[in-house]
Structure formats: C-alpha cells, structure tokens
Write a protein of this length. Structure first.
Length: 246
C-alpha cells in the first residue's frame, strides 16, 4: 500500500512544473481537410432550398476523394464552400492541409494585367518564388510571348491553361477539382492528367466528377450526394452501384 507521502508526490511534481493536473492535454490539429456538419441553403422566391445538409468527411494527405451525384446534387457548391468562395449556412471546415482554389478557375485573374503580372501577383500572395513559378507556368502553358499580353485578350482556353499551370506551380497539399480536366487539345489534356494524377502521388484531392472510370483508377473514397445528404464509401464498387441508381 502506498504511503501518504508517495500518493502526494505526483501532484507535487506537477505543481512544481507549473502544470495543473485537471488541464486536458493540448490538441494537435489533424493534417487533413475536415468538413463538419456542413449545410447550405439558398433563399428563392418560392422558399428556402437546402442543397447540402449535414455533410461531414475527412481527407488526409495523399488521399483522393471523389464527390458523386447527379446534376444539382450540390457537388460544385460543396467544392466552392471548401475553397472559401461560398460560406456554409451551418457547419465548418478545418483546413489542416494547404488547399488550392478549384483547378482551372479563371475568375481570379486581373484582366488588365498580363499573364506575367498575374503570375507575379499569385506567387507573392502564396509566398512562392517568382522566378521558378513563372518559368514553370510559361513552360507548362506553352503560351510563350503571350504571357506578356493582357489576360482580357486571352481566349477561354488560354485562360484555362494559365489557371491550371498556376494551380500546379504553387505547392498545394490538397487540390480541388470541379470536372474541368479537359483543358486544351488532347495532347495538353494528357499533360495535365499526368502532372496532376501521376507526378504528385502525395497530394490529396477532392474531386467532383461524373467519371466512374477516373474514380476507380485514382480515388481512395467517394462521397455520394443525394437530396442534400451524403455518405462516404471506401468501397468504390459499392459507391459506383449506388451512384448508378440515383
């Protein structure tokens, strides 16, 4: 049996170290993207429409989650909430990984600035080395001297190339994809596909898509959306069969 001195020794040591024995251990933020009870409502003339309702999931480093659902199921809305382009009506997102904007998003460019100046601005914004970033973007886009032309004069394909290359040039840990991988001609699309799915195996991805072939080849889980609700499946064959019945 312990003596009174022995039983009081541990609390005394804790007190000596300036630590209270009733304090919980500090929590370490998980290295993942976590959605917690997300809901999104839109107010229309005919009433309130709830697009998402109670969506929760985690995506860790190196994991790739597909978002499946029919048109209008809320896939793009969820991607925009994750990126910060929209705010949820309820719930929260914990970003433990450095997350990209939606790939090939072209709405963030300053049209009066050249491609060169837009790259310089984004590199400064994300604390990336400008020279390396610009050289990568120029080489990847194959735009050449057009990098020194105002972006407002670019075609939609040129803007998409610039946006996609910038997304890859910044050292993101998680990529958001909203069914926009068909960038440019077939050769360029293959180049994008390789850089995204094969050259960056340690990067996490959250991808809204209709392609079950892509899901089965590259994803480790799938979030199936229907009627605002969602469930994550690690069995991709089961996710595919459920998606086919929606």
């Amino acid at each position: 049996m312990q003596s009174l001195e022995q039983t009081t020794e541990a609390p005394k040591q804790i007190a000596d170290q300036g630590i209270r024995d009733d304090q919980p251990e500090p929590l370490i933020a998980p290295r993942c993207i976590q959605a917690i009870d997300l809901a999104k409502e839109f107010h229309t003339q005919v009433g309130t429409h709830r697009v998402l309702n109670g969506i929760s999931f985690r995506v860790h480093k190196g994991e790739r989650m597909a978002i499946l659902g029919r048109n209008g199921a809320g896939k793009s809305t969820l991607i925009q909430i994750l990126s910060g382009m929209q705010l949820p009506t309820r719930g929260r997102i914990e970003r433990g990984l450095r997350m990209s904007w939606p790939l090939a998003l072209t709405g963030g460019f300053a049209g009066e600035l050249t491609g060169y100046d837009n790259v310089r601005f984004i590199a400064r914004l994300y604390n990336a080395r400008f020279k390396e970033t610009y050289e990568y973007v120029k080489d990847f886009t194959e735009l050449g001297e057009l990098m020194h032309v105002p972006v407002r004069l670019y075609s939609s394909g040129m803007r998409a190339r610039l946006a996609f290359a910038l997304s890859l040039a910044i050292d993101f840990e998680c990529y958001l994809i909203d069914e926009v991988l068909a960038v440019g001609d077939h050769k360029f699309a293959q180049k994008c596909h390789f850089e995204l799915f094969e050259a960056r195996p340690q990067r996490a991805m959250i991808m809204a898509t209709h392609s079950m072939e892509t899901v089965k080849e590259f994803c480790s889980s799938a979030l199936v959306l229907k009627g605002g609700r969602g469930k994550v499946f690690t069995d991709l064959d089961l996710a595919a069969s459920i998606y086919a019945t929606l």
